[in-house]
Design a protein. Structure first.
Length: 410
């Protein structure tokens, strides 16, 4: 079997991260304070995080979706403005998103190789890995996956096609990504009925008009068909309802098809390059448990916000950082009865409270998020009838976290 080589190729024993539970989020207060999370977000280098997860999760994950950097050698800013004209990028309010920059192709391939090897170990025997890349590096990645999984374990090479403007004038416009799906064994999960789509109306009309259509094979037209290995879904830039401003965000419909096909309710789904959090969001929506990781605070915060808006099940947030999310805020909070009020400016885009702060793990009892399209941030959150020290956390549009503690009213 051909094997890809590059300078510095090796599989070291990664050093596991020393993870601590920074916070537990109870969207809408459901389950507070005793419900233990079975869903988790991790902030940090996913290589060290996956190494730390091996003792508990090796061979346990049913589905991994991996959307790593594509080797574009670009920087991707995040949009943080609201109500902006999408046709005028020069006027967008931007902040740091993430960088996809590498000294060489050798460095990028080593980065990918080490992480895919750990994903293989974390997958359950009937598990499936979906690796999402584009023309920059998908050919190299296929050889790496052939080495780790075996070439016979390639389930599909899926092409995601989409539309959008392009400045290319000297070649055909590049408007597709490649998703390589590999199974860990011959026995794997694939729920064809969960992803069926209607037949094209012309196909239905053809079978209705001619008994010879299909060369004697008559499909179940009412049941629909399993999709082909090319998929059309609009990019998120065209989906106003889903847009978070996070760069390279993937559409929910794309992850719905993957999750419904290759996992079942209650299964564990993972995304170690979670970005804007589409994978954990869709996994929670369809009754799957999730693990998700990213190296940047903005990605974890965007994911947290989307899960809170979805009223997702309880989830924990882990990191190697000390307890707390930053310095004292430039705005104030005031307790009035069984409510707490946000006072002053600049206005954050998210705030939450723990009414029984223990100085270690933040347990989020109530959360307020800025509406995604229009409207104001709620400036009042409920307090339980009894509370201890109250810890408040907030995040500004620039991605700056703040924390303060108010004396309890017991």
């Amino acid at each position: 079997m051909p094997v890809l080589h590059w300078n510095g190729k090796h599989l070291p024993s990664p050093n596991p991260a020393s993870l601590r539970l920074d916070s537990v989020i109870y969207p809408g207060g459901t389950g507070y304070p005793n419900h233990s999370p079975c869903n988790h977000l991790y902030l940090g280098d996913n290589l060290a995080i996956m190494a730390a997860l091996l003792p508990e999760y090796e061979g346990q994950i049913a589905l991994i979706y991996a959307d790593p950097p594509f080797f574009t050698n670009r920087k991707y800013p995040a949009r943080i403005g609201r109500g902006e004209d999408s046709r005028k990028p020069a006027e967008w309010q931007l902040a740091e998103g993430y960088a996809d920059h590498w000294p060489s192709l050798d460095d990028y391939l080593q980065f990918l190789y080490e992480r895919l090897a750990l994903m293989y170990r974390l997958l359950a025997p009937p598990g499936t890995l979906y690796l999402h890349l584009d023309w920059h590096a998908d050919a190299y990645a296929r050889l790496i996956l052939d080495e780790l999984f075996g070439p016979e374990r390639l389930l599909n090479e899926i092409i995601w096609v989409y539309h959008g403007p392009s400045a290319i004038r000297s070649a055909f416009n590049r408007k597709h990504d490649t998703i390589l799906a590999y199974t860990k064994s011959e026995e794997y999960t694939f729920d064809a009925d969960a992803i069926r789509i209607p037949y094209d109306p012309t196909t239905v009309k053809t079978f209705a008009s001619s008994p010879k259509a299909g060369f004697g094979k008559i499909p179940n037209l009412e049941r629909g068909k399993v999709p082909e290995d090319w998929w059309y879904f609009p990019v998120v830039a065209r989906l106003h309802r889903e847009r978070t401003g996070y760069p390279t965000q993937k559409p929910e419909a794309l992850l719905e098809r993957i999750i419904l096909a290759s996992s079942r309710p209650g299964d564990l789904v993972a995304d170690f390059f979670c970005g804007s959090g589409t994978t954990p969001l869709v996994a929670a929506r369809y009754g799957r448990r999730f693990l998700a990781a990213d190296a940047t605070f903005r990605a974890i915060h965007t994911t947290r916000t989307r899960l809170v808006r979805e009223n997702a099940p309880t989830f924990g947030i882990w990191s190697e950082q000390a307890a707390g999310e930053g310095k004292n805020p430039p705005f104030n909070f005031q307790i009035s009865g069984h409510q707490i009020h946000l006072i002053g400016n600049p206005q954050p885009i998210y705030w939450e409270l723990d009414p029984h702060w223990d100085g270690s793990t933040f347990r989020s009892y109530a959360q307020a998020t800025l509406p995604p399209r229009a409207g104001e941030l709620p400036r009042v959150l409920p307090l339980p009838h009894q509370s201890g020290d109250i810890c408040l956390r907030a995040v500004t549009a620039e991605g700056i976290p703040y924390q303060t503690v108010l004396p309890g009213k017991l």
